[in-house]
Write a protein that binds this ligand. Structure first.
Ligand code: NAP
Length: 265
């Protein structure tokens, strides 16, 4: 059983570790799966886009860099036959997900999408939703004057036009480095104390985030609630119709085990 795992997320690293039979830091999600996976003899190739410097590498074999669109991914799958593809990329990485769907369809390989659930507001939260980065940039000046952007490097430029004092947090610096905002270079996970300090020290009065979901970057939402500031949330791109979708690493492990027993693999 050989699996191509499209990664770049914490869940993808957890899944690679689970499928390679490694411990899951006490998360216990793959407990039942590990024995089954070991029995199935799964070989995982993780794929990373190669965007971030000093990326955290998953367990097992890793390849880095884009495939070259749908055609490139089809070629790769023909040159490196796999029994299944698991797309465990970030919920906002819509292009690679669409490419994976098209390429696996063309090659005839089963595809699973592992997508963590989005965030939901608590009763005391004041959240505003935007359908896109540009819609968020249009709405932002009505919500505050000192913004904390936690959307990464991509899409940052859309907020230059707001004219607000802005603090942006990214893993790597945007190139060219924007002159219109202050930057914090940091990689999550972030603690509640980290986030409270930022909101307080920079007198932030509005937080901007993607609906990334997951615990690693959720503390900012609690900090915003405690500071009584609004949160502008950018909605996820829709999932493509067709592939099976699961929300947890444990479910993905079980899907791989089932795929290993399927007659088509
Ligand atoms: P994207 O817009 O969906 O993908 C753009 C291109 O990057 C794809 O067409 C593909 O190039 C390449 N690519 C993306 N993920 C890849 C992977 N796992 N392996 C090989 N090539 C990949 O993705 P993105 O939003 O730029 O994100 C890039 C990567 O960063 C993703 O893997 C994602 O999991 C991770 N990430 C993204 C975010 C985010 O907010 N978007 C946050 C955290 C982590 P080709 O067409 O040449 O194959």
């Amino acid at each position: 059983m050989k699996v191509l795992l499209l990664g770049g997320t914490g869940e993808a690293r957890e899944l690679a570790a689970a499928l390679n039979g490694a411990e899951l830091d006490g998360l216990g999600r793959a407990g039942a799966g590990r024995a089954g996976v070991a029995g199935a003899g799964v070989q995982v190739v993780s794929s990373l886009a190669g965007r971030t410097s000093d990326a955290r590498l998953p367990a097992g074999e890793v390849r880095v860099g884009g495939f070259g669109g749908v055609d490139g991914l089809v070629d790769w799958l023909r040159e490196h036959p796999v029994d299944a593809v698991v797309d465990a990329t970030h919920p906002f990485a819509a292009s690679i997900t669409a490419n994976a769907l098209a390429a696996t369809h063309l090659v005839g390989v089963p595809l699973l999408v592992l997508r963590r659930p989005g965030w939901t507001p608590a009763p005391d939260d004041t959240w505003h939703w935007a359908d896109s980065t540009s819609a968020a940039a249009d709405l932002l000046p009505r919500l505050g004057t000192r913004a904390f952007l936690t959307i990464g490097r991509q899409g940052l430029d859309a907020f230059a036009k707001t004219g607000l004092w802005t603090l942006a947090r990214c893993v790597d610096p945007p190139a060219p480095r924007p002159a219109w905002c202050e930057l914090i270079l940091a990689r999550g996970p972030f603690t509640l104390a980290d986030e409270q300090t930022i909101l307080r020290d920079h007198r932030i009065d509005v937080l901007v985030t993607k609906d990334s979901g997951g615990p690693a970057t959720a503390a900012k939402l609690t900090a915003a609630r405690q500071h009584g500031i609004p949160v502008l949330v950018i909605r996820r791109p829709p999932l493509p119709v067709g592939p099976e979708v699961v929300e947890t690493v444990g479910e993905a492990v079980q899907w791989v085990i089932r795929a290993s027993h399927s007659p088509s693999t």
